[in-house]
Design a protein around this ligand. Sequence first.
Ligand code: ZN
Ligand code: FE
Length: 258
Amino acid sequence: MFEPIFEIEIIPALSDNYIYIAHDAGGGATAVVDPAEAGPVIAALERRGLELTHILNTHHHFDHIGGNAELVECYGVPVIGPRADSARIPGLDIEVGEGDSCTVGRETARVFDVPGHTSGHIAFWFEKSRALFCGDTLFALGCGRMFEGTPELFWSSLGKLRTLPNETRVYCGHEYTQSNARFALSLDPDNEALKAACQRVDDLRARGERTVPSELGEEKLANPFLRVDDPDLQRLVGMEGAAPEAVFAEIRRRKDSF
Ligand code: ZN
Ligand code: FE
């Protein structure tokens, strides 16, 4: 049976951000991932009687690091984040990038460089807990906006994440799933995996529930941004045989104006 090391709590913040608290009871460690703001994190820690031990950042945007300073002041913990974005993350203590690891209690993440949304974006994959913290690179049924990358870079980042096991849970930075689902369905209306995912997402949202985390195996089948090299998707967008990065660029462009 699957017994994750981390117990992961999802904390909604700002308008549609998610902050994650990953707690290893046996290892006595508690990390927060992408604290948009400190208040709800402190409240959650106090409610559970937990002491924060690490702050993890995926990228420099304010809605992912805004709570860093106050949390450091309260708990005196190290901030771990992207080497390539170190100049834009005040107070970054430990810089990590592709191939590095990051240990939290009895868990160790493999770090991936996943540029595209921002140039210094990273993702943390905690294999034993089947948890991927990917910020604004990969969303449930979508991907982040391409602010600082090229289609080549963004697609190679998504391609890396796509190699992870199907059981991986995707803990992304925002609750954007329902609008992502509408766009995906507009491209690919007969995709059974996508239709099932959309139905589930609509049901969850109708009850006011979260759609995150999603499962990577389902993303591989349903998320158009992970299928830009799939001939079926290419045909649907009129780009059969095109380079995957060109298909990525086209559907990212369509999504921006959807
Ligand atoms: Zn962002
Ligand atoms: Fe964000």
